[in-house]
Design a protein around this ligand. Sequence first.
Ligand code: GLY
Length: 253
Amino acid sequence: MFKNAIVRTPSRSMVDGITEADLGKPDYENALKQHADYIEALKECGLEVTVLPAVEEYPDSCFVEDPALMTPHCAILTNPGAESRRGEVAHIADAVKSFYDNVEEIKTPGFVEAGDIMMVGDHYYIGLSERTNQEGADQMIAILEKYGMTGSVVEMSEMLHLKTGLGYLEDNNLVACGEFLSKPEFQKYNLMEIDQNDSYSANSVWINGTVLVPAGFPETSALIEKAGYKVREVDVSEYQKLDGGLSCLSLRF
Ligand code: GLY
């Protein structure tokens, strides 16, 4: 169960965030409205939400999932592979330290964005992407092992982050699309296949028994409901324009 979430108000500069989505620039006012509903959804799942202020200097800083990994035993400040995002770590460090006594960090030449990390119990899958390298993954695994957890790397070639195409819903249920459907390491899970046309909705998020699903993907909502979960749809279309998913918008711990 999760108790807390950290989010960050999007900055006006978000319209200049990194993207390959080709969906146009986000509408800032609508992004703020969607962010408020996202916070509401987190609260409906029983989380106490800490809302950090916007940081204009970093257009992608509302995607707080990437600069830190929160585990039950320690927090790890990452070192984003995207150079324009590296400074986000210093901005989130105090908030992370306010919740954890044990705070570790990933150091150059290791790079990690925690959107590339999926937690399954005490095990953490780490995607090797354009943002997370082997050295970063090695450092991350060493830190996890220091606290009695484990990690393993996942080779990937199609997606921005590991969780762009994967969402673990607990109880052995894993929503997946694209290259992840055929990965040997995921065959032990009950794979819930997301059609390529709906790939954005593979980034659905389990929180305390409810699954947040991006609005606009009724087949994904139906699939997840059929598996026995309560679904809460959240419209994050302005964030989709920045390649940002539901999970990217919060740290949950
Ligand atoms: N715009 C989110 C990212 O590319 O990191």
